[in-house]
Design a protein around this ligand. Structure first.
Ligand SMILES: [Zn+2]
Ligand SMILES: [Zn+2]
Length: 456
């Protein structure tokens, strides 16, 4: 296991575990669960999936809860059958914040760690829930225990439980006074510690990345494999004629503009000259906590749509469609923004991607004029103007604020659609389909169906 280790679970799993572990009588309790691994290039995450509540005789509650070997064996067998790992989870009713381990805790977990590793091939993960609701976690390899950096509880909002020793609260500064006065120190500390990835740094992605840097985000990655062309200059604010002349990679322009805008005292902005539809590009994306999708093609959007659910990494997506009359005048424009996360519908359910287009895009046929003509399809429009692309940026970033700062306590909205011709902002009442294949993979991590293709 690498040093970057984290745990993630849905808000529904969090409630199920809390209901069992935080007892009315105030005693400590225990249960086992199964996790799916989610493996990035730098980070490993254990995603809590199946909660195995104890059956009669499998545990006893008496001040310090204890459990039987047969309970662990039952969990190991089920984990081995389903390609998952095992977790031992207990509560500290009087605990506050990230919990340390007593010698007794360490003994109990360590004594089962070899059995779990042997039967499942995956490290045992231990978790503790403090009485006020804070999670802490560690993984047991053959030789040592590794503390997690954080535990993420994911739903319409993102709630992160930080290991402050490994991810200390970064100092804020006077450049951020107005920002902090808008949402307080806790949200600022989240922004500063979260890993945020912008996929696609054209007109919208570049704006998004620069604003994240200005807001004090310290870990921002930008992913794109395209270069700046002359026709990008009317929308990529900050790019120059010389960038276009030398075909500078868009990620380099984004990096330069982010450095200029950054307000954090120290930061680490990463550039990824990758395609998220490759195995390698996806592994990079799996290192991040939130992805902001600024790509418009169906195939990369489908890959991100899957990851949002399978790996519990919220993806904020959106775009603009501009309609033009045959005489060239503007007929209307529609701006959509939505967050793909458990508890909200995916891109297929909200009809934002069409799986047959995803297949065409994957096969490189989507822009092939002879194919489009033969199939009788309309050509894809690519009109865009700087005066409106900023509306997409604004929509995406306000979803991000809802996700992290939770104003009103409600997290992200249902999908939103703004029509410029009618001046109407609609809350779309889209529901997840019962048999949505993407949402059915929630929490599957590396067990997800492979959509990516081999590295280029
Ligand atoms: Zn304990
Ligand atoms: Zn769906």
């Amino acid at each position: 296991m690498t040093e970057n280790f984290s745990v993630a679970m849905t808000n529904v799993t969090n409630s199920e575990l809390s209901d069992h572990l935080l007892r009315m009588d105030g005693q400590e309790d225990i249960c086992l669960a199964l996790y799916a691994p989610s493996t990035g290039s730098l980070r490993r995450t254990a995603i809590v999936n199946d909660v195995l509540l104890p059956q009669r005789g499998e545990r006893s509650v008496h001040g310090n809860a204890s459990f039987s070997g047969s309970y662990v064996l039952r969990a190991c067998q089920q984990a081995a059958r389903t390609g998952q790992g095992v977790m031992i989870i207990h509560s500290h009713p009087n605990g506050r914040g990230w919990q340390g381990m007593s010698a007794q805790d360490a003994d109990a977990e360590e004594s089962y760690s070899r059995l779990a590793l042997q039967l499942t091939g995956k490290p045992l993960v231990g978790m503790t829930l403090a009485g006020e609701g804070t999670w802490s976690a560690r993984a047991w390899t053959a030789s040592e225990s590794i503390q997690a950096d954080y535990v993420r509880v994911v739903g319409p909002s993102l709630n992160v439980h930080w290991n402050n020793k490994q991810r200390p609260v970064p100092p804020s500064n006077d450049r951020q006074l107005r920002t902090i006065s808008a949402w307080g120190d806790k949200t600022q500390a989240d922004i500063a510690r979260l890993r945020l990835l912008v996929v696609g740094v054209g007109s919208v992605g570049l704006d998004v990345a620069v604003r994240l840097a200005a807001a004090g985000a310290r870990h921002v990655g930008v992913m794109d494999f395209d270069v700046v062309h002359e026709h990008n200059l009317d929308r990529m604010i900050g790019s120059t004629q010389s960038d276009a002349a030398i075909r500078r990679p868009k990620i380099e322009v984004a990096h330069r503009e982010m450095e200029r805008a950054a307000t954090a005292s120290s930061h680490e902005f990463r550039t990824h000259n990758q395609d998220v539809t490759t195995v390698e590009g996806q592994a990079t994306a799996l290192d991040y906590d939130i992805v902001i999708s600024c790509v418009d093609r169906p195939y990369p959007r489908a890959v991100l749509n899957q990851m949002a659910y399978s790996d519990l990494i919220p993806v904020i997506d959106g775009g603009i469609g501009i309609d033009v009359f045959s005489d060239g005048a503007m007929r209307g424009a529609t701006i959509r923004t939505h967050t793909l996360t458990t508890g909200r519908p995916c891109l297929v359910c909200s009809a934002q991607i069409d799986l047959s287009e995803v297949t065409l895009d994957k096969e490189g046929l989507l822009d092939d004029p002879s194919y489009i003509a033969a199939a009788g399809q309309a050509e894809r429009g690519n009109q865009n103007v700087a005066l409106l692309s900023i509306c997409v940026t604004a929509g995406l970033l306000s979803q991000l604020v809802s996700l992290i700062a939770r104003p009103g306590g409600r997290g992200v909205s249902a999908p939103l659609r703004y029509s410029i011709a009618t001046h109407s902002l609609e809350h779309l009442h889209v529901k997840s389909r019962t048999h949505c294949p993407f949402e059915a993979e929630t929490g599957r991590g590396d067990l997800r169906v492979a959509l990516t293709r081999p590295n280029a």
